[in-house]
Design a protein around this ligand. Structure first.
Ligand SMILES: C[S@@+](CC[C@H](N)C(=O)[O-])C[C@H]1O[C@@H](n2cnc3c(N)ncnc32)[C@H](O)[C@@H]1O
Length: 211
């Protein structure tokens, strides 16, 4: 499977994930399972029940939410969404309220309509990460929760071996290979956010921000 590195526009995302949909869960989906669990645990611990999962993909995280949450998932790829829908039906996930084909940078969803928004392994795929962050902040109520998990560029270099191991996944998934925090967060957000390294080997970082 050959796909170019770098950010993907909507057409390229749909084309890339049309190819990935069938093998995603058994490849990158499996490698990133522990990290996904950490992110959802933070959402489950958050106040309020209305959750937006941005770039929900095949819905790997959907069974991890507390049944009391009301989850809406959005994604650009119909093939990824179809798998998420099948998972919801197969597992009878009644806490999933809607799965919608929307662009994470311009969702069309109402302002302040969620208590939490979470984006897992999406931030470095979208063309304009700051627009993604602005849109997540727009749809989450004031005081609500923003959770992002992603691979960010190593600032020290200790993660190099693991990064090399996972690099082919990243490139194929359309990740921007060099993704510093500054591309997602402005200086105020960076100062206010909580950063937690997560497995494998701290390769991924959990970013939490109060809106
Ligand atoms: C690496 S996958 C992550 C999927 C899921 N969050 C997970 O943890 O398995 C990236 C997902 O983001 C979606 N995506 C990429 N750009 C998007 C955009 N601009 N708007 C909505 N979804 C997007 C892709 O279609 C894909 O399903």
């Amino acid at each position: 499977m050959s796909m170019s590195a770098g950010r993907l526009d909507a057409t390229a995302v749909r084309a890339a994930y049309r190819r990935w949909a069938g093998i995603y869960d058994a490849s990158f989906g499996a490698v990133s399972l522990a990290a996904r669990r950490r992110a959802v645990a933070r959402v489950n611990a958050g106040a309020g029940v209305r959750v937006l999962e941005v770039g929900v993909g095949t819905g790997l995280a959907l069974p991890m939410y507390e049944p009391t949450k009301r989850v809406t998932g959005i994604d650009l790829s119909p093939e990824m969404l179809a798998r998420a829908e099948a998972r919801v039906a197969r597992l009878g996930l009644t806490h999933v309220e809607a799965l919608l084909e929307r662009d994470a940078e311009a969702t069309g969803l109402a302002e302040g309509s969620f208590d939490s928004a979470v984006a897992m392994f999406v931030a470095s795929v979208v063309p304009h990460p700051k627009r993604l962050m602005a849109e997540m902040r727009r749809v989450v109520r004031r005081g609500g929760q923003i959770v992002v998990i992603n691979h960010f560029s190593a600032e020290g270099g200790v993660r190099l071996a693991v990064e090399r191991g996972l690099a082919p996944f990243g490139r194929a998934l359309g990740w921007h290979p060099d993704f510093p925090f500054e591309e997602l967060l402005n200086s105020q957000e960076r100062a206010a956010a909580r950063f937690t390294p997560v497995p494998p080997a701290g390769l991924f970082t959990l970013v939490e921000l109060q809106n």
